[in-house]
Design a protein around this ligand. Structure first.
Ligand SMILES: C[S@@+](CC[C@H](N)C(=O)[O-])C[C@H]1O[C@@H](n2cnc3c(N)ncnc32)[C@H](O)[C@@H]1O
Length: 320
């Protein structure tokens, strides 16, 4: 894991979709991710024909496709993701459309734009967190029932997999991660159980980790709506990907590359992330807020796509 304040990812290669990649990815399963708050986000971004816009979190490409439709054939969408699988899928599926893809962290947006020769853009969308495709990939360890390694990295080419953190961290550091990034009230207790369990048998898979955490959390009546290990998974994922750090850096750097009047919309799924976005948009020298309180999914969307229940959308306009 990189230390807080350490160097950011410098992988910024931007690439055009290529025919040979499309052929190579032919066997890749289609995305199962449904974009959240799509109409609301597109509306707040006010994207129109001919614009140049960024989707900082490509994922399954749902928002990217809507942005492509909105900018039309004379516009351009630059889409990044830390996950190679997302880039490969989009390279195959979006070939021929006005899109440039970058395997990059959105906090490196200025470098991505330099690589494609774009000085400034009209709008940026960040839909942060985890995609349903990542959750369904049992080799990545995002799901509690996965027998694959507890990896939890968005970009498996850098950093440290979660199982290694679980194997090496002292109980105090583990408890801090669970408490700080998962807001887990039983953090110390879970950390002690992890240390006891790993002495008997190394914790390598997501299922093993979920079992240890579940056994450490007191039973509640009535049972809570969320899985007892949900907060611990979230905490580890945020830690291995340094997610809060990437978001803070991105919010500082994006205004440098937004045209005056350009718009930024951020969809987050975690109270810590929403707090960071809310704070950033209070910077009255830089931003005019377009949302006082966050926009949330309505009843129709939450029924259709339960994942949207915890989504919060905030948007702001760069002051000229
Ligand atoms: C919620 S999904 C995005 C879904 C997408 N909007 C769609 O409609 O399919 C989040 C995606 O952001 C990526 N991601 C998370 N943090 C990132 C970061 N700092 N930089 C770039 N991509 C990131 C994840 O790998 C994941 O694919």
């Amino acid at each position: 894991m990189r230390e807080p304040g350490g160097p950011v990812n410098d992988a910024t290669a931007a690439e055009e979709p290529r025919g040979d990649r499309a052929a190579g990815a032919a066997g890749r399963p289609a995305t199962i991710h449904t974009p959240v708050l799509a109409t609301e986000a597109l509306g707040l971004l006010a994207v129109g024909p001919g614009m140049t816009v960024v989707d900082g979190t490509l994922g399954g490409g749902g928002h990217t496709r809507l942005l492509l439709d909105a900018v039309g054939p004379t516009g351009l969408v630059i889409a990044c993701d830390r996950d190679h699988a997302a880039i490969e899928r989009a390279a195959a599926e979006l070939a021929g459309r006005p899109v440039r893809l970058a395997h990059a962290n959105f906090c490196d947006l200025p470098e991505v734009l330099d690589a494609v020769g774009v000085p400034a853009v009209d709008a940026v969308l960040l839909d942060i967190g985890l995609s349903s495709d990542q959750l369904a990939d049992h080799e990545r360890g995002f799901s509690f029932e996965s027998d694959g390694p507890l990896d939890l990295r968005f970009d498996t080419s850098e950093g440290e997999p979660a199982w290694r953190l679980v194997a090496r961290l002292r109980p105090e550091s583990l408890a801090d991660i669970l408490h700080q990034f998962g807001e887990e009230r039983y953090g110390r207790r879970i950390a002690r159980r992890i240390v006891d369990a790993r002495e008997r048998d190394p914790i390598r898979t997501a299922r093993q980790f979920a079992r240890v955490v579940t056994a450490a959390v007191p039973r509640q009546h009535p049972p809570p709506r969320i899985h007892p290990a949900m907060r611990s998974f979230q905490a580890l994922r945020i830690a291995v990907n340094q997610e809060l750090q990437s978001l803070s850096i991105a919010l500082e750097r994006i205004p440098q590359r937004l045209r005056p009047g350009g718009r930024l919309a951020v969809i987050s799924f975690h109270s810590l992330e929403d707090r960071i976005v809310k704070q950033a948009f209070l910077g009255a020298q830089t931003w005019e807020r377009l949302t006082r309180s966050p926009v949330e999914a309505g009843p129709e969307e939450t029924v259709r796509n339960p994942r949207s229940r915890s989504a919060k959308l905030r948007a702001a306009r760069r002051i000229g």
